[in-house]
Design a protein around this ligand. Structure first.
Ligand code: PNS
Length: 161
């Protein structure tokens, strides 16, 4: 059975991430979305909040999608999950260098683990969590960039908390 792991910070989960989940879930029998725990990185949403939001955003895509968190190395998380392939999005050439280095590092650590790069729909090729956070912090409208549940959570977090 082909199982892939889609790791990321997902702070927050964007329309580009959702698009990639949709594509990957058609290519693999099952997909694990893995939220990386990075205590040294300040995040808008906790890992638990990110997992809950992702679950809400992908529930309509269908069966075979699981959301987990992981700490430590991705190759270990992939092994624990029984995933044989890592899925990462490439939005353009600027993503390529770092993604290629990451894939090659993971390949060196775990030779049996492949990485599949998927391109999101062109309409999401400019969307990044970083700019979404910045726009939301500045009080801008992010409804065109993230799923509705994420937009609502950002508004609650960045205006009232
Ligand atoms: O969404 P991001 O921030 O690009 O996700 C990065 C992530 C979490 C996938 C990456 O930092 C990661 O895999 N972290 C786990 C640590 C690890 O395995 N590092 C070696 C890979 S180069």
């Amino acid at each position: 059975m082909s199982k892939a792991i889609y790791p990321g910070s997902f702070d927050p989960f964007t329309n580009g991430h959702r698009d990639l989940v949709e594509r990957a879930s058609q290519l693999f029998e099952s997909l694990v979305i893995a939220v990386g725990v990075n205590p040294s990185k300040q995040s808008v949403f906790s890992v638990e909040e990110r997992m809950a939001l992702i679950r809400e955003c992908v529930q309509e895509i269908g069966r075979g999608i699981e959301v987990v968190s992981f700490a430590g190395l991705l190759v270990n998380a992939a092994r624990e999950q029984g995933a044989t392939c890592v899925v990462r999005g490439i939005r353009g050439t600027s993503d390529l260098d770092s993604e290629f280095a990451m894939a090659s590092t993971n390949r060196t650590l775990s030779p049996e683990l492949d990485t599949a790069f998927l391109a999101p729909s062109p309409q999401w090729s400019f969307v990044s969590s970083r700019w979404v956070r910045e726009v939301a912090r500045g009080g801008g409208e992010v409804g065109a960039l993230v799923p509705a549940a994420v937009a609502a959570a950002l508004a609650r977090r960045l205006t009232k908390d």
